[in-house]
Design a protein around this ligand. Structure first.
Ligand code: PGA
Length: 258
């Protein structure tokens, strides 16, 4: 069974002092069972401040973006080497906000995915269609295009080291979450795509998450679906109580399955 994954994407929220307070309030750390891989993705400014406290709680640290080069004249950018030194094990790449607001395209995201793998950071690749694209019946086609462009050149070994999050753009931060069936179907489609591109056995090893208005009230429904390996959580990850509850729900799914 694939290990459940819960990511807390804080986006451009939480100052260093707010982040510290979040951790102080993160009670019952024993809830963070070894059965769930839990990663918090704070803004760059809080990485160092959270590093030790997170590890003590069995939580890993991730970044929300990175440049593909190790160093150089790229004003305003952060390199994978800097992320490693700050204690990051994971990095979100291709989030729809990066694609939509900052114009990131698949070829650029592909360069970042390859660079992260090379540096030993686990990329969490986000893909997903817009509301319009879904309405036109193009959801699968768009996701396949994004997969093809963002994963170009990756070997079988590489792909098993990538996490994929299906995040329909219309469900992010809107409270309009995808139904469990729709999310499960799209994730099954992504796995099928991986099976064709690589092989079915390799596809079974890749963890695929759902993201888009997941909260402590609806998480159990998603985690009960056999195709959904966890969630990338935005808004609800800013509340320590809700976030802890979601991780606990994911841990319970694993215990149930044993
Ligand atoms: P949301 O964000 O949970 O607030 O919808 C998810 C994401 O952007 O990863």
């Amino acid at each position: 069974m694939r290990k459940p994954f819960i990511g807390g994407n804080w986006k451009m929220n939480m100052t260093i002092s707010e982040a510290r307070e979040f951790l102080l309030n993160l009670q019952n750390v024993d809830l963070f069972s070894k059965n769930v891989e839990t990663v918090i993705f704070p803004p760059f400014t809080s990485l160092n401040a959270l590093k030790v406290a997170l590890v003590e709680r069995g939580i890993k640290l991730g970044a929300q973006n990175m440049h593909w080069e190790k160093a150089g004249a790229f004003t305003g950018e952060i390199s994978p080497v800097m992320l490693m030194e700050s204690g990051c094990t994971h990095v979100i790449l291709g989030h729809s906000e990066r694609r939509r607001i900052f114009g990131e395209e698949d070829s650029l995201i592909n360069a970042k995915v390859c660079s992260a793998l090379k540096q030993g950071i686990t990329p969490l690749l986000c893909i997903g269609e817009s509301k319009e694209e879904r309405g036109q019946g193009y959801a699968r086609r768009i996701c396949a295009q994004q997969l093809e462009g963002s994963l170009e050149g990756l070997s079988e070994k590489d792909i098993t080291g990538v996490l994929i999050a299906y995040e329909p753009v219309w469900a992010i931060g809107t409270g309009e979450n995808a139904t469990v069936n729709d999310a499960g179907e799209m994730i099954a489609f992504i796995r099928q795509w991986l099976g064709k591109e690589y092989d079915p056995e390799t596809a079974q090893k890749v963890r695929i998450l759902y993201g888009g208005s997941v909260n402590s009230a609806n998480a159990a429904l998603y985690f009960a679906h056999p195709e959904i390996d966890g969630a990338l959580i935005g808004g609800a990850s800013l509340n320590s109580e809700h976030f802890a509850k979601i991780v606990k729900i994911a841990a319970r799914r694993k215990e149930d399955a044993i």
